[in-house]
Ligand binder design. Structure first.
Ligand code: BV8
Ligand code: ZN
Length: 223
């Protein structure tokens, strides 16, 4: 499994690209980069504060629940997600590989201390309880490397997959998007679930058009 923002869309979490996406109002390089945070930590944190409050009110939708159920039924099931909203875990997925991090965790710029931070009354960047340094959202920004160990496990899962389901991603962000290509090259049958057909250059064997919250429960029924 590789999921993107489209799997959380029906929970009310805004996607990034396309109509209503959050990149419509902000340029990603203005907010989701280490340079942006260095330049204006208060502005970048305020954006995450807004997203945390919005996502806090969102519940897993039938797509998340169907994936948690599929995991329970299928041995050797791996879920890789680009989403930072934590909804797969909330739906019961046991060990989602959150390759872009999780916005419910923060990390200290100075001492590296990483901790869960669920408070919703933090309009300004919090400071580290250990060293007083600035805390940042524990997510991967553009231009930052992904966690090597997580990425290694994701490549492994992609290369060993017999079937790869790619759900709700525009597949523009690297290296996440390359995971589907790697799976395909290693012989996996690639099924895409999206509102829109894949670009013709894509390596999708079957494209299931529709909302993840409807298609995935139907796939579960049929499995
Ligand atoms: C890296 C966390 C090595 C933060 C995110 C030039 C300069 C510098 C870098 C680059 C460059 N060119 C390329 C790069 C690499 C860059 C990249 O890929 N850029 C892209 C934009 C061209 N990648 C990186 O920088 C990565 N790091 O490469 O390190 C390196 C080091 C130094 C220099 C170079 C390289 C780090 C990438 C991680 C960035 N962090 N998020 C945060 O979220 O706050 S990315 C962000 O996009 C989210 O994580 C999101 O998950 C991800 C992908 O978006 P999608 O999930 O696909 O969502 P999107 O809105 O795009 O699409 C939604 C889809 O769902 C649509 O297809 C829609 O049709 C569908 N949909 C909607 N509703 C539904 C649905 N489908 C089904 N049902 C529905 N109901
Ligand atoms: Zn610290």
């Amino acid at each position: 499994m590789l999921t993107g923002a489209g799997v959380s869309a029906e929970s009310g979490v805004p996607t990034f690209r396309g109509q209503g996406g959050i990149w419509e109002r902000h340029r990603p390089e203005d907010l989701a980069t280490p340079q942006a945070f260095a330049r204006d930590p208060a502005l970048v944190w305020r954006w995450y504060h807004w997203r945390r409050r919005l996502i806090h009110a969102c519940r897993p939708n039938p797509a998340h629940l169907a994936l948690a159920e599929l995991e329970a039924r299928l041995p050797g099931f791996n879920l890789i997600t680009q989403n930072v909203d934590g909804l797969h875990r909330l739906a019961g997925s046991r060990a989602p590989l959150e390759i872009h991090g999780n916005l419910w965790f923060v990390r200290c710029l100075d001492c590296g201390e990483r901790r869960e931070e669920r408070r919703l009354d933090l309009p300004a960047p919090p400071s580290c309880p250990l060293c007083g340094g600035l805390l940042r959202p524990d997510v991967v920004w553009f231009g930052e490397n992904l966690d090597q160990e997580l990425l290694e496990r994701a490549w492994q899962a992609a290369q060993e997959a017999e079937v790869m389901l790619v759900v709700g991603t525009s597949a523009v962000v690297r290296p996440a998007a390359s995971l589907a290509t790697a799976a395909k090259r290693a012989g996996a049958f690639v099924i895409e679930v999206n509102l829109e057909p894949p670009p013709n250059s894509s390596q999708v064997d079957v494209s299931l058009l529709g909302k993840a919250g409807q298609v995935l429960p139907a796939l579960l029924e049929a499995s």
